[in-house]
Design a protein around this ligand. Structure first.
Ligand code: ATP
Ligand code: MG
Length: 331
């Protein structure tokens, strides 16, 4: 069976964009692939994380994934730092990848901005750790949003150079799985910025643990303009906030943006936001409730992650040990 590796950073409480761009898709992939779902705490600390918050977010994130329908018995759910193979392979890849390759990564440029010199070295080599995450399991497919496609290409470059340098056919090439509805959800406060769990403003995102009242309030306060909804999507071209609310509606109702406009053209944002609230609450609130229930049993969550880590380790250990032998490390 083909194997998937996917990761999410415990850098905050997962938000609607994570759900629509990743988690919902992961749930569906379980039917056709052997899936390894990883809470990538080592990636999270590439930017500062308060230790207590990191622990809390890792547990919340595990609970959310289980609540959303991840099956941790049939598949694997664990936190990255619990399996040392990731760090060991990442170090080898730090020595395989070229500085020039990393310099081309747009996510680093976006995250570091102008203040490059003051960011962690970890943020810079983040793509090498991501390559290690995937290749430690010889995953065949990786579900990625648009924002991660470049990193996956780098993973393939690293695999190829490793094979070439050590004259082996060891690491396979991996294929991206671009979700069928690759919605990129934007901030509720600024339609040009993506919704993100680490954005300082909690008003900018709907968190998967928000209850119905919190969701309603955030949608009511979401930035919009005063025009009614247009008849077709060309009318949304210069209206990023309006476009975003229409995309969220479309993604959750599983219809196209055109269909949303057919139903709501001419409506102002008052009634449209009310309809949107209903659809978001129906999709998200049950996940939040189940998450709250699961979080009451911390030892269950810890045991689930521990069992996942053991099974992940048993797949990764032989692969990474072999890579270390190929490099010439005495074993
Ligand atoms: P951070 O701000 O810490 O980077 P994040 O919200 O961007 O957090 P990640 O952990 O980086 O979340 O990404 C997890 C998954 O969610 C990835 O597959 C990513 O492509 C997807 N994702 C993140 N934000 C969005 C968004 N706004 N719309 C659609 N998909 C998203
Ligand atoms: Mg991100």
């Amino acid at each position: 069976m083909q194997r998937i590796f996917s990761g999410i950073q415990p850098s905050g409480v997962p938000q609607l964009g994570n759900y629509l761009g990743a988690i919902r898709n992961w749930v569906n992939l379980q039917a056709n692939y052997e899936c390894i779902f990883c809470l990538v705490d080592m990636h999270a600390i590439t930017v500062w994380q308060d230790p207590e918050k990191l622990r809390e977010h890792t547990l919340t994130q595990a609970a959310i994934l289980l609540a959303a329908g991840i099956d941790a018995d049939k598949h694997i759910l664990f936190n990255q730092s619990a399996v040392s193979a990731h760090a060991r392979l990442a170090w080898i890849f730090n020595c395989v990848a070229r500085i020039g390759w990393l310099n081309r990564m747009t996510q680093f440029k976006d995250k570091a901005g102008k203040d490059r010199e003051n960011h962690s070295a970890g943020l810079y080599v983040y793509p090498n750790l991501m390559a290690a995450d995937i290749l430690a399991y010889k995953a065949t497919h990786v579900p990625v949003g648009e924002d991660q496609k470049q990193h996956l290409e780098l993973t393939n470059d690293i695999a190829q150079k490793f094979n070439h340098d050590y004259k082996v056919e060891f690491f396979p090439q991996v294929e991206p799985l671009i979700p069928p509805t690759a919605a990129r959800i934007m901030s509720l406060r600024d339609g040009t910025k993506k919704m993100s769990k680490s954005d300082p403003s909690a008003q900018s995102r709907i968190e998967l643990t928000d209850d119905a009242d919190a969701i309603a309030l955030k949608i009511r306060r979401a930035k919009t303009d005063s025009e009614p909804l247009p008849e077709d999507i060309t009318g949304l071209a210069d209206r990023p906030e309006a476009k975003n609310l229409v995309s969220i509606y479309a993604a959750l109702a599983d219809i196209s943006a055109e269909q949303v406009l057919q139903e709501h053209a001419g409506q102002g944002f008052g009634p449209f936001k009310a309809a949107l609230t209903e659809i978001v609450v129906n999709a998200i609130a049950p996940i939040g409730q189940e998450t709250t229930r699961l979080l009451q049993d911390e030892s269950y969550l810890l045991n689930t992650l521990r069992s996942g880590a053991q099974r992940a380790q048993s797949i990764a250990e032989p692969i990474v040990s072999e890579a270390e032998k190929l490099v010439g490390f005495l074993k």
